[in-house]
Design a protein around this ligand. Structure first.
Ligand code: SF4
Length: 393
């Protein structure tokens, strides 16, 4: 990471801090444990014991307080040293940074940022809508805390201003815009285009024709530059948009669209109460590719238990193979980890379907990957793990 985006301070191999340019802590690595500092005030710890699986835990408030004391102590130790001027400035900002006030301000501007795709964890989230327009999927509890609503243009414009003010110098790290919440592209086109126009007024959007070797210099050449706009879409909303409408969105900055296929097996999707079919999602991906959009497809592993195992693996691989995915696209494999507040567990138990085991998740991942006929990178789509429990914004 460069100082033009964030500051990484290394106190040796066992102690590293990352701060954004406004002095806001982003990450700590201390003796084998990574802390990721959320804008909402929470802190996620991740570590591994030996060769064991990665462990995760949200810190309790007293642990957060100790982590802040340690950070302040370490920064004070170096603040007396002769530091280059830009570094000294960020260290001073970090020493006076009020994390509690920052989290309170974040909560006034944002509804909870429930999830992002892994390649968008550092995106600048703009909530054009709140919640999910369906909220029917039995496995998903991400947006059950809020009603779906679309922001009027004037409210969205003021949201953008508040977000820019909130991040301040920290915007330098946020080089893409993620249009939230769950399926912002469900917004009818005549209401969506003016929202995209507001983004274009507030940011310089990188032209999509720019050669790869010119992209980073272009982004660094202007303070408000972003690589583009990214968003989730659900199958039903994507079904309703024509190729020309996706092309209009691309001209206004949309770059990659993330679609939760979850499974290619129609019976499983129906049982999960997904608001779309695999056939419709395949068709939507074809139309979005025709509009030259990049695609992220999410497949759940372990969902539906042993009962759906074979059909889920077979049909998911078949649907992925039928998608015209290339090196611009990403297939995410997300291990299904049931949320107790969603209906899935009770429904599955009533029907004799066991919760997913790690062994089942691993078997499905292997089976689907082995059945993929799409070329591997660099010619074909990347295959990327997507663990929802790693997410912190
Ligand atoms: S999986 Fe997607 S469409 Fe289904 S309830 Fe969750 S956010 Fe909404």
């Amino acid at each position: 990471m460069r100082l033009s985006e964030a500051l990484t301070l290394s106190f040796g191999p066992d102690l590293v801090y990352t701060l954004d340019l406004s002095g806001r802590p982003l990450g700590t690595f201390r003796r084998g444990r990574h802390l990721r500092w959320g804008l909402d005030g929470r802190v996620l710890a991740r570590w591994r014991q030996g060769n064991g699986p990665r462990q995760r835990a949200w810190l309790a408030q007293d642990e957060i307080d100790r982590a802040i004391d340690a950070l302040v102590g370490d920064l004070q130790r170096i603040s007396d040293a002769l530091l280059p001027r830009p570094i000294e400035l960020i260290v001073r900002r970090a020493l006076s940074f009020d994390r509690v006030a920052d989290a309170e301000k974040f909560a006034r501007i944002y509804r909870p940022v429930s999830i992002l795709p892994p390649d968008q964890y550092q995106a600048l989230v703009l909530q054009a809508a709140e919640g999910c327009s369906f909220n029917t999927c039995t496995f998903c509890a991400l947006y059950r805390d809020r009603h779906f609503r679309i922001k009027p243009v004037s409210e969205f414009a003021s949201h953008i201003e508040q977000v820019k003010d909130f991040f301040g110098e920290g915007l330098q790290l946020r080089r893409s815009v993620f249009l939230a919440d769950a399926n912002a592209l469900v917004i009818p086109q005549e209401r969506l285009l003016p929202l995209f126009d507001e983004i274009a007024k507030a940011f310089a959007i990188m032209p999509c024709e720019l050669p790869a070797n010119q992209q980073r210099p272009w982004l660094r050449s202007q303070a408000d530059a972003i690589s583009g706009v990214y968003a989730f879409v659900d199958g039903l909303s994507a079904e309703r948009k024509r190729v020309e409408q996706f092309q209009d969105l691309r001209r206004r900055g949309l770059r990659r669209v993330y679609i939760g296929l979850e499974s290619g097996h129609e019976d499983l999707l129906a049982w999960l109460q997904k608001p779309s079919t695999a056939a419709a999602m395949l068709d939507a991906v074809k139309r979005m590719k025709q509009a030259e959009l990049q695609i992220g497809v999410i497949v759940l592993t372990g969902i539906g238990g042993e009962r759906f195992h074979q059909a889920h693996c077979r049909d998911s691989a078949a649907v992925l193979n039928a998608m015209p995915l290339d090196s611009d696209d990403i297939i995410y494999f997300s291990p299904f980890q049931p949320d107790a507040s969603a209906p899935y567990l009770a429904q599955a138990k009533a029907q004799g379907i066991q919760p997913p085991t790690q062994a089942l998740i691993d078997r499905q991942l292997t089976a689907i990957k082995q059945a993929l006929e799409l070329p591997p990178p660099p010619l074909g789509p990347k295959r990327v793990p997507y663990n929802l429990h790693d997410f912190v914004y």
